[in-house]
Ligand binder design. Structure first.
Ligand code: FES
Ligand SMILES: [Fe+2]
Length: 401
């Protein structure tokens, strides 16, 4: 399967007027349906690696989860030998979506339409039929489930529909930080999910910055985000990350039980918040003891679905697992103390983008025509190399100065 097979037919290349300053983002790129369709073709079905899950979500033989990249449905499963696979979630007969549950366990996948069934390694193993139902040239061996390209790093599962570089090259410089978010490696145990649909364009979700953390979120003020000595990192592929210092308040007046915000897993408050965000979408976060992998999908020009998956480590004590559960369910996600305001503000960005002009980045800018390469914890300028990469992939050019 190539990206051109997944493209919207007869689509004209979308264009937009891109202002000359690197800090100005034209608002129409968040709104125009034809730009979204081009993003699916060029970015999501192109040569990027997309994060779709973690092997700890499907720990047992026969486990599967479903997810999607754009409009393309996927099954991610573990076979009887323990190997992980990704298949297009589509029967090879007449394309019916095979599985609809978000998580499950199967001995085989059976299509409900005409009851073809497939093994956990994708072979077509059952076609209920009488002699003469199928032509002589029909052979089951020619109809296995199809797969996108797949790679795994510390249990993180990536897929690509195009011709991506090797995953180690794609994630060059980030693999140690990915491990740090997870507490050292990919030996995780799924605790549960919070799932949310943001009524906003996917780029509004991915454009979420460090600057806002203590301003929008009361709880991050409590953790002294604004006083932190953290750093942010970017690269030319559009990945970015940050490592932030948090400090716990001497007296907690906002919480009945201050132990909720204790940091127990590493004890290093100078790296209490560690994040990696992959281009174009999805990312990993550890705030205090909560290990949170965010599997995101651009479902429409004005809709972004995010599955916040929370994990403990397999070698955690029961006491630490309890602490991770408390922080996971109380700090992050759509109802978390430090991020529940994001959904509202993303939607308001989307509504407000129906106005003339450009969105403007300022916090941390030195010169509006030049990208920075170093950042403090609270700068918003680390978002701009991501926009630069977006323009490069989409073929959008800034006006001359
Ligand atoms: S579409 Fe699946 S068996 Fe016919
Ligand atoms: Fe936020």
């Amino acid at each position: 399967m190539s990206s051109s097979e997944l493209a919207t037919p007869s689509m004209m290349a979308a264009t937009t007027d891109w202002p000359a300053p690197v800090s100005h983002i034209p608002k129409d790129v968040f709104l125009r349906p034809e730009i979204f369709e081009q993003e699916l073709k060029t970015i999501f079905y192109g040569d990027e690696w997309m994060v779709v899950g973690h092997s700890a979500e499907i720990p047992n033989k026969g486990d599967f989860k479903t997810f999607a990249v754009g409009h393309v449905p996927l099954i991610i499963n573990r076979d009887q030998n323990g190997a992980v696979h990704v298949f297009f979630n589509s029967c090879t007969h007449r394309a019916t979506q095979l599985e609809t549950a978000s998580l499950g366990n199967r001995k085989s996948f059976e299509c409900p339409y005409h009851r073809w069934s497939f093994s956990l390694t994708g072979e077509l193993i059952g076609t209920p039929n009488k002699p003469g139902d199928y032509p002589e040239y029909f052979e089951r061996a020619n109809f296995p489930l199809k797969s996108p390209k797949m790679a795994m790093v510390h249990g993180l599962i990536f897929v690509s529909f195009g011709n991506p570089p090797p995953i180690e090259e794609y994630l060059h410089g980030w693999i140690d930080q990915i491990a740090e978010v997870m507490g050292g490696d990919g030996n995780l145990r799924l605790l549960g999910y919070q799932k949310v649909v943001f009524k906003a364009n996917w780029k509004t979700f991915t454009d979420n910055d460090s600057y806002h953390a203590p301003l929008l979120h009361t709880a991050f003020r409590m953790l002294n985000w604004q006083g932190g000595r953290g750093v942010q990192m970017t690269d030319k592929r559009g990945h970015r990350g940050y490592v932030s210092e948090l400090s716990l308040p001497k007296s907690v007046t906002m919480l009945k039980d201050p132990s909720l915000i204790e940091h127990r897993s590493t004890g290093d408050l100078s790296r209490a918040s560690v994040n990696v965000r992959f281009f174009p979408l999805s990312g990993l976060t550890r705030h205090l003891d909560s290990i949170n992998l965010r599997f995101a999908n651009a479902t429409a020009v004005d809709s972004t679905e995010v599955h916040y998956a929370y994990f403990a480590r397999l070698d955690d004590s029961e006491e630490l697992v309890r602490q991770r559960i408390r922080q996971s369910s109380n700090l992050l996600g759509p109802c978390g103390m430090v991020s529940m305001e994001d959904a509202a503000v993303f939607h308001r960005v989307h509504i407000g983008s129906n106005t003339p002009g450009a969105a403007v980045f300022l916090k941390g800018m030195k010169d509006e025509y030049t990208l920075n390469d170093t950042y403090t914890q609270n700068d918003e300028t680390s978002n701009l190399p991501v926009w630069d990469r977006y323009c490069e992939v989409m073929g959008f050019h800034r006006k001359a100065r």
